[in-house]
Design a protein around this ligand. Sequence first.
Ligand code: SF4
Ligand code: SF4
Length: 155
Amino acid sequence: MFEIKPYVDSKFCLECKGCCLFMKEKWLPHLLEDEKKLLEKDRIKLKEINNTDGCEFLNRKNHLCCIYGQRPFECRLYPFLLVRNEKTLDLVVHLACPFIMDSRESEYFKTYSSELVSFLKKSPAVDLLKKEYKAFRVYPEAELFKIESDILGKG
Ligand code: SF4
Ligand code: SF4
């Protein structure tokens, strides 16, 4: 799986704990089919990440991700999200993330968003997204701010 430079500073996340521990139930990642196969190949015990007790891959002692190098695409991308619509995927940010609310008007946000759009529209990212776009979900629109429509160029 390709790397995506994290948008949020890890110190900020450790204080928030909105992700991984899901204490505030902000967001729950899911696994794409390719990711399930990769984890199974490495004999990583696999359950869907679908509860609010925290992610099974989180080390509770040091708050680090046990599968950091293989963490799901959605974990790498968050607080940016890909939202499925009828034909394609739109790139949005999740307004439930406090770091987004703090930084949304900044130059850092604009530059990062623009670089992310370019990255997602090129190989290898766009190839994976075309293959698995039906696996992405729909989120409540009130929590989202749209960055770019039609990442797959199908519109
Ligand atoms: S909601 Fe945002 S700030 Fe909080 S842990 Fe997740 S990415 Fe970090
Ligand atoms: S897989 Fe890792 S990064 Fe993703 S929610 Fe679980 S602990 Fe967090």
